[in-house]
Design a protein around this ligand. Structure first.
Ligand code: BGC
Length: 777
């Protein structure tokens, strides 16, 4: 069924060759790329020339399939959508998955519409399609850009094999607030790390050629400021200064645009009184203007119409006007563009040139994907059968999962004269306890795509598979975490969680199991649906009866390893003060239990580092290492900037993570002590593995600009390298400090390097004291 739809050939006379000023947002585009881009521009223009106004507006409309809603469900029925599809008045659909469903929808357009402009199909593939990878926050803890790229590549293979060619990922929202449920979806609190990881994910999804049938278009979201909602409340108001916006929020978006991400999604929130969806400054001036990015912007779900509730638009018509004028190209589920743009045009409230620009952007991506050559190119039943949830993909998921685990604490236990981890395979007995210990669903996390209910490998299964034959394993759940309000497997995305706070009947059995065992593995943390969209919380400790279970078990056996499964930084202060070992295991995806066992038994030496700070308690939020000094930085006296009842620093800081071996750092050495504003300095450090095991370390470089035209953060990550050192081995690691490292969005509203004194640190976490100084002239 491979038909060629070379629409642009039918009217050669109206082919308008238009060489494009901003053909490629990727600065490194080759001559071939540019030719290809020019070719696409020509085709885009030729299609545009054929279109009437309804068809143009139609391209700017995206409908959801009604069987998998992720927002307030629309009242429009399927029939209405079908008619619009047949008329060629829909540009895109979301949540249509499977070759059969995609083919059906595409066919409605191809068989009935005048111009046969193919639909583009989008879906939230956030951490895997059916083979589920760690939640993005967890995966970010690997600081391993290659495996992060690889996991997105696998997700793209599976997504495209199911007919879909566009994911609404990566979310590149920097977030500093553990209360925000969607912190699980990003790369944490640091703009530099978020930029690198965002680009790795985009490269994984899009590959080097979008037109291949196993790569998909990515989407940088949510533009912008969504991670900065007041009080960590989802969709909430954002108040952020212009400079902080540029320095802390926008860098990952700029990096995404430069990496050639095909699409952007705008955002639900307002910033300083203007909803992001209506922000001309962000979308038209910055993204499409200054950054010269040529993809298209899709609204967030209903975010155009939500401007009415914001009190910014008086009705849908007004909302459509504001959104289009600001540069929102595609309307996801607001039904505002299709209803209002024509009238707005007649009344001269919007410009035809802006509609044309939006349509061209959408067509461009469709051409880049090759949809015009073959609208069914992603509809291959063989691929769908053979390329989803394969053995190979599961192996990669296990690899990514084990590299995402962070060893937070592993103290020497007096009675054993050693740390509890790694476990010996000949350990006599292990008690595997906790509500998440044999949970096969929670490890799949919140945005689990088509991950099947209960399909993850549980901790218990992983431990059983890894332990020696002679090891006795006792399993006790102890408590239920939640009180069931939904049937197992029912889509829990929209259901409120309820926790078990009364049923303690299983605790005594758990205590008995703990008494009998050499070691306790206690799996506690958060249910999959405690984090994700709409899952903000004011409490970030152990919900339900988990703390009670922890204390009861610890009272009878001190050899407790907490296996923490969660989607946000939690308040684990009691555990950190009492329990010897804590292993941060996030929601690790399909292979969770195997990956955790790899680390527990030392088959893999943990190498993850936190991409977010863990607070002592929720009152410290938002908490982030790259904070400002304030005029009163010390916290030991009353009238300084701290708290009277808690430290002001993190319990476990950004960049922290232990290994089964020890690394030491030599002094930071510079090739010169001064540099010109546009010059560079080479900085290096000798890192040694002092232990008896091989291991990986994330070598982190931080700087501080001591005095600026604006106050500067007390430390900023500006480089990192993940290295493998054999036991006893040393390596010199080099970094270059240059304009890119030192520039920031200054008081002049420009990215500049300001002369002055700088500090540079290199070490194994953001608290490193290994520092040198240099001067920029
Ligand atoms: C979310 C987006 C998502 C969209 C489509 C919205 O509620 O904010 O991130 O891509 O739904 O599912």
């Amino acid at each position: 069924m491979k038909k060629i739809y070379l629409l642009f050939l039918i009217l050669p006379s109206i082919l308008i060759f238009q060489s494009c000023n901003n053909t490629s947002s990727n600065a490194k585009a080759t001559k071939n790329d540019l030719n290809q881009d020019a070719n696409i521009e020509r085709k885009v223009d030729s299609v545009l020339a054929l279109m009437n106004l309804n068809e143009k507006i139609g391209q700017m409309v995206q409908y959801a399939a009604s069987w998998d809603v992720t927002g307030p469900a629309s009242s429009e029925g399927n029939k209405f959508k079908e008619e619009k599809l047949k008329k060629g008045e829909v540009g895109s659909m979301l949540n249509v998955t499977s070759v059969k469903a995609v083919r059906e929808a595409q066919k409605l357009v191809m068989d009935n519409s005048r111009l046969k402009i193919p639909l583009i199909f989008g879906y939230d593939v956030i951490h895997g399609y059916e083979t589920i990878f760690p939640i993005p926050l967890g995966e970010s803890a690997s600081w391993d850009l290659e495996i992060i790229r690889k996991s997105a590549e696998v997700a793209a293979i599976e997504t495209s094999a199911a007919g879909v060619q566009w994911t609404f990922a990566p979310m590149v929202d920097v977030s500093r607030d553990a209360r925000w449920g969607r912190i699980m979806e990003g790369a944490g609190e640091d703009p530099y790390l978020s930029s690198k990881i965002g680009v790795a994910r985009i490269n994984g999804f899009q590959g080097d050629d979008l037109s291949k049938n196993n790569t998909i278009a990515a989407c940088a979201k949510h533009f912008a400021g969504y991670g900065f909602g007041e009080a960590g409340r989802d969709y909430n108001t954002v108040n952020i200064g212009e400079h902080e916006l540029h320095n802390a929020v926008l860098p990952p978006f700029k990096a995404a645009a430069e990496a050639g991400v095909a699409t952007f999604m705008n955002s639900f929130n307002e910033i300083d009184g203007i909803p992001a969806t209506a922000s001309k400054k962000l979308q038209r001036d910055l993204l499409k203007g200054e950054w010269a990015w040529n993809g298209f912007v899709v609204s967030d779900w209903g975010s155009i119409a939500e401007m009415i509730a914001h009190g910014y638009a008086k009705d849908k018509k007004h909302a459509a006007e504001l959104a289009l004028n600001a540069g929102s190209d595609m309307d996801m589920e607001s039904y505002a563009y299709e209803a209002e743009l024509e009238k707005l045009l007649e009344e001269n409230k919007v410009k035809l040139s802006d509609i044309d620009d939006a349509v061209k952007r959408i067509l461009r991506v469709k051409f880049q994907l090759g949809l015009f050559d073959d609208p069914y190119k992603y509809c291959d039943e063989e691929r769908e059968k053979n390329e989803i949830y394969t053995k190979e993909h599961l192996e990669i998921a296990r690899d990514v999962a084990k590299k995402s685990i962070v060893l937070l604490k592993n103290d020497t236990v007096k009675t054993k004269k050693s740390a509890l981890l790694p476990l010996s395979k000949s350990v006599k007995s292990i008690a595997v306890i906790g509500p998440l210990a044999d949970d096969k669903d929670t490890p799949l996390g919140n945005w689990r795509g088509k991950g099947k209910y209960n399909s993850a490998v549980s901790l218990l299964e992983g431990v059983k598979a890894a332990a020696g034959d002679d090891t006795k394993i006792y399993y006790e759940k102890g408590i239920e975490l939640t009180s069931k309000t939904v049937a197992p497997g029912e889509n829990q995305f929209l259901h409120l969680m309820e926790f078990n706070t009364t049923d303690r009947s299983g605790i005594s059995a758990a205590v008995n199991a703990a008494k009998k065992a050499d070691i306790v593995l206690l799996a506690i943390g958060e249910n999959a649906f405690q984090t994700g969209e709409g899952r903000s919380q004011t409490k970030i400790g152990f919900a339900g009866l988990q703390q009670e279970l922890l204390e009861a078990v610890y009272a009878v056996n001190k050899n407790v390893v907490i296996v923490l499964m969660n989607g946000r930084p939690m308040d684990i202060t009691w555990a950190a003060e009492n329990v010897p070992t804590i292993l941060e295991c996030w929601h690790l995806g399909s292979q969770s239990g195997f990956a955790i066992a790899d680390v527990l038994f030392g088959d893999y030496n943990p190498s993850g580092k936190l991409p977010v700070s863990f607070p002592y308690n929720v009152g410290q939020e938002p908490l982030y290492y790259n904070q400002k000094s304030t005029g009163r930085p010390m916290s030991t006296q009353v009238t300084y900037s701290g708290y009277n009842d808690a430290p002001k620093v993190a319990l476990y800081p950004f960049g922290h993570g232990l290994s089964y071996t020890n690394f030491s750092y030599g002094n930071v050495s510079l090739d010169k002590a001064e540099m010109a504003k546009d010059g560079e300095i080479q900085v290096s450090v000798n890192v040694t593995n002092n232990g008896t095991r091989d291991g990986e370390e994330v070598v982190q470089l931080y700087i501080r600009d001591l005095v600026g035209s604006l106050t500067r953060p007390i430390k900023e990550l500006k480089g990192f390298e993940k290295i493998m050192l054999k036991a006893g081995e040393s390596k010199v690691i080099n970094f270059t400090i240059d304009t890119e490292t030192l520039q920031f969005y200054t008081a002049n509203n420009k990215w500049e390097v300001e002369p002055g004194d700088f500090n540079v640190w290199i070490g194994g976490s953001s608290t490193t004291k290994n520092m040198a100084e240099f001067v920029v002239n």
